[in-house]
Ligand binder design. Structure first.
Ligand code: ZN
Ligand code: FE
Length: 766
């Protein structure tokens, strides 16, 4: 007779771990108990024959539930206490300092889908059906341990039937905290735009209304969506108009994987990702289909996801259409709406009807977005299904990294792990900063972290996040944006030193200029800017981000006189009179600004270079959403099968992109678009290879928003690999600013370990 006490850390609460432990313990005739700990870990005590205990330990490691992820096991021998049976004990509150954490929200599982549509099942057609393998987690948890009383299910008292399943160790709902049924659980109600409840059959009615062309708000797992028939031009156009989003692509939810195949090209990887338990939006290459052209205007890709909650499956069950627009219900730049009162008041002029349920959403989680670039997964928005999963971090310190400005997220580190937050969004808006603060509080509560050892922000003096970081007591540092981009890939891929290619929108540089096209070196005792796109002025400063022709003017001013710039534009930009809101007079002012150096900050941004080419080729004259000109330029380029690569001169590490503009202007638009992509990729990879050789570094990493670009990313990978070097891009952490906080935290760790000097990467605030 022997006995063990086992402390399990990792993702072990809310994933059916205790029932699993119960099953394997009883299988081997062991006695003892299992319980959730307040630190999100699990404690097991088993006693019995030594051989049986060994079998138990093997099963613990090899058979654990699909959503569980054991990070480590702490096993100690203890004297047997003579237990009579094996039980699941009451959870312990405590405030352990562990590193375990709750799982993310998981899409409805196959077993539950079967029951949902089985007329003999007590939960037939009940949208909140869940089991230990599926359902909401992160979005409904208020505190740890993960027990029903600490979730938003607390206010729904289990009926006898649900309780009997919840308490039966052989049932697949044994201790599934959100378990409920029609009798005892949350319900949907359909409201009209005046907030009047209607229809006894809310989901069926909502489906009919969507089929008829109405816009319906739908409350789901992590927030509220606006939905309409994605094959109905009028409905989609109307939604665009009401949301004041003329161009921004809408995500589409489709009936099933066969429907996906009918509207987009699908690789094996993409198909797997679409059907994974995360069920993210996957950007796919469009086919000609019944989908309205207004869903993703001017783009060769469309974002598609599969139904991930009971309500979605029921809607499609009742619906004739196979595809819904499913876009987050929010005002431009503001966080997604999650509560019923706000939805009823804020959406009354947009949604014709609202399908809402009466369970609270505690933590907002947007749909995650991924794209396969060069056959590798690139996460664009890391939220539902991912958060709060951690990644290993090479320090035990407790850091907070606050991110940058747009597409923001923050990250927390603790005991060898880093936890990136859910998608926070555009922090220029005060409402979004408030969301960030409350999300941070929540993370701190779940992780029992009341203070940080150090805080890190972007170097930009005016970001709201920078100001937020400065309010913390204790050590605060700022780090340069593109060093952080490079650091985030190095952390994810465990690369100790690398040449970094940062191709990005904009980030505040160490010299105060607007960086964004950089070759950097980072490693032990090494943090250096080696090369960059030759500076060009951005007439009108921030305004240039919204009107791509301003970037073109800036580039032209590097080698043309005032009158020559106008001549070039007139000759080569069709429709140039519409390239700025106030036409030619505004063009003349912009040209005057660069020539006289008035409000024309210097930039090395790759994003702005691509904007300039977007204007030159007519791909886009306006940015109505983040990344629009570059995305449309890529779509235009993808229509060309080949085009020349021009040699961009490099002087003293400065990439003189402007010197190929005359050659680009000679080509038809789609070829010019492709040549610009390839020429940029060619010159960045050549420089990276040269500098890697010079510094004897074997690794090249690519990051920043442009790393989502298929043409540029795959060209650089091929060049770098054929030079015998290792090439890395992120597949877990977002490559754009949504992943920046991870790199910031890593830079902070490198600074603390003495690997880099702060003056090379940023500055100390206090
Ligand atoms: Zn299930
Ligand atoms: Fe960036």
């Amino acid at each position: 007779m022997s006995a063990l006490k086992i402390h399990v850390r990792g993702i072990v609460q809310g994933v059916g771990f205790r029932p699993f432990v119960y099953r394997i313990a009883t299988r081997y005739g062991l006695k003892g108990f299992v319980k959730n700990l307040g630190d999100a870990g699990v404690e097991i005590v088993v006693e019995g024959e030594a051989h049986a205990i060994n079998c138990f330990l093997k099963a613990l490691e090899n058979e654990s539930p699909p959503l569980a992820d054991i990070h480590d096991l702490d096993i100690v021998k203890i004297p047997p206490q003579g237990f009579e049976e094996f039980v699941i004990e009451q959870s312990e509150k405590g405030s352990g300092a562990g590193k375990s954490i709750i799982p993310p929200d998981v899409s409805i599982c196959d077993n539950c889908i079967k029951e949902l549509f089985d007329p003999t099942n007590p939960r037939y057609m009940y949208p909140f059906i869940v089991c230990t393998d599926c359902g909401p987690r992160f979005s409904i948890i208020a505190d740890l341990p993960y027990d029903r009383e600490n979730t938003t299910m607390a206010e729904f008292e289990m009926c006898d039937f649900c309780r009997s399943e919840y308490e039966d160790p052989h049932n697949r709902r044994y201790h599934a905290e959100p378990v409920c049924c029609e009798k005892c659980g949350p319900r949907y109600t359909l409201y009209d735009s005046d907030g009047v409840a209607m229809s006894k059959d809310p989901i069926k009615k909502a489906a009919q209304l969507i089929d008829e062309g109405y816009i319906v708000a739908i409350k789901g797992v992590g927030g509220i969506h606006l939905a309409c028939d994605a094959t109905n031009d009028l409905a989609v156009k109307r939604l665009r108009k009401l949301l004041k989003r003329p161009q921004q692509p809408f995500a589409v939810m489709v009936r099933d994987i066969n429907t996906v195949q009918s509207i987009a090209y699908l690789s094996e990887y993409e198909s797997e990702e679409l059907q994974s338990y995360r069920k993210p939006i996957v950007l796919l290459r469009k086919k000609k289909s019944a989908l309205s052209e207004y869903v993703a205007p001017g783009l060769h890709t469309v974002g598609i996801m599969l139904p991930y909650a009971g309500v979605h499956l029921l809607l499609f069950h009742y619906s004739k259409t196979d595809a819904y627009v499913m876009t987050s219900a929010n005002m431009p730049g503001l966080p997604m709406i999650i509560d019923n009162e706000t939805a009823l008041s804020e959406l009354k002029d947009i949604a014709d009807f609202l399908l809402l349920h009466n369970r609270k959403i505690l933590n907002r989680v947007d749909d995650s977005v991924v794209r396969f670039v060069d056959n590798k997964r690139a996460v664009i928005r890391r939220s539902r299904g991912f958060v709060p999963l951690p990644l290993p971090f090479p320090s035990n310190s407790r850091y907070l990294a606050v991110g940058a400005e747009l597409m923001n997220s923050f990250s927390i580190t603790k005991q060898g792990f880093i936890y990136p937050s859910q998608y926070i969004g555009n922090t220029t808006h005060i409402e979004t900063v408030e969301f960030m603060k409350s999300a941070l509080k929540h993370f701190q509560r779940l992780m029992k972290l009341d203070r940080f050892d150090a805080v890190v922000s972007d170097l930009h003096p005016n970001y709201n996040t920078t100001k937020f970081a400065e309010e913390f007591e204790g050590e605060v540092i700022k780090v340069q944006h593109h060093f952080a981009h490079i650091a985030s890939v190095m952390l994810e891929k465990s690369v100790p030193e690398a040449i970094g290619i940062a191709m990005d929108g904009v980030g505040y540089g160490l010299d105060g200029a607007v960086w964004g096209g950089e070759i950097l070196a980072l490693g032990e005792g090494l943090a250096k800017r080696l090369a960059h796109i030759d500076y060009f002025p951005l007439p009108g400063g921030d305004l240039s981000a919204y009107y791509p022709i301003r970037s073109l003017i800036g580039l032209l001013s590097r080698y043309k006189r005032e009158d020559e710039i106008m001549e070039f534009i007139k000759k080569n930009v069709d429709d140039y009179t519409h390239s700025l809101p106030r036409g030619q007079p505004e063009l003349e002012i912009a040209i005057m600004q660069v020539v006289r150096e008035l409000n024309a900050p210097l930039s090395s941004s790759t994003g702005r270079v691509l904007d300039a080419v977007a204007a030159l080729t007519g791909a886009a004259f306006e940015r109505t959403y983040e990344g629009e000109p570059a995305m449309k330029l890529e779509s235009l380029a993808s229509g060309a099968c080949e085009s020349p690569i021009f040699d961009i001169p490099v002087k003293d590490g400065r990439i003189e992109f402007y010197s190929i503009l005359d050659e680009l202007a000679e080509l038809p638009p789609h070829k010019a678009a492709l040549s610009a992509h390839l020429s940029l990729a060619e010159s960045f990879s050549n420089l990276a290879i040269e500098t890697a050789d010079a510094l004897s570094i074997k690794n090249v990493v690519l990051n920043g928003g442009v790393a989502y670009n298929e043409i540029i990313s795959s060209h650089i990978r091929k060049k770098v690999e054929s030079a015998g070097l290792n090439f890395y891009v992120s597949s877990e952490i977002p490559r754009g600013d949504n992943g920046l906080s991870v790199g910031q935290a890593y830079l902070l760790a490198l600074y603390h370990s003495g690997s880099v000097k702060i003056k090379d990467i940023g500055e100390v605030v206090k």
